[in-house]
Ligand binder design. Sequence first.
Ligand SMILES: CC(C)(COP(=O)(O)OP(=O)(O)OC[C@H]1O[C@@H](n2cnc3c(N)ncnc32)[C@H](O)[C@@H]1OP(=O)(O)O)[C@@H](O)C(=O)NCCC(=O)NCCS
Length: 139
Amino acid sequence: MEEWLRMRSVLWPHCLPEQLRLEMREWLSNPEKRACFVVEASPGRLCGFLEAGLRDYADGCDTSPVGYIEGWYVDASYQRMGLGRALVRAAEEWARSKGLRQMASDCELDNHTSLAAHLALGYEEAERSIHFCKNLMID
Ligand SMILES: CC(C)(COP(=O)(O)OP(=O)(O)OC[C@H]1O[C@@H](n2cnc3c(N)ncnc32)[C@H](O)[C@@H]1OP(=O)(O)O)[C@@H](O)C(=O)NCCC(=O)NCCS
């Protein structure tokens, strides 16, 4: 659990550890709809994870539900060794075993590495979006 948390903290640095732990508990409590795949670098030491889940809807998909890559990470010193690819393949196999026909994912607009990796693994860009937020307590 601590290794999983360590990697999640690197992937989502703006999330508080308590929030990350809460999500991990939620993930583990719903094995029908959630799965986490990890890569072990050495006994007790992980170097990558992929959290996959089911979503009712995903942009670009025309089936429902679909598998969804919710979190995907490989430690910097282990990247470009095929581990990310292996994690995605495992998640796709999991989704397939549930009878799902499509897998979806997303990444930030400026995450060029993630975009390149998704494209390399057969994912097609479906849509680009910009999110807005307005603080209603100001005016
Ligand atoms: C995205 C990530 C998980 C990929 O993991 P990885 O183990 O390096 O991926 P792989 O080695 O399996 O690469 C698979 C393919 O993706 C492409 N790719 C991966 N990294 C790339 C890079 N930096 N530049 C260009 N293409 C890249 C390549 O085509 C690669 O195949 P190749 O090495 O045979 O050419 C990893 O870069 C990562 O953890 N990044 C930081 C966190 C992150 O951005 N996660 C995704 C959030 S949406």
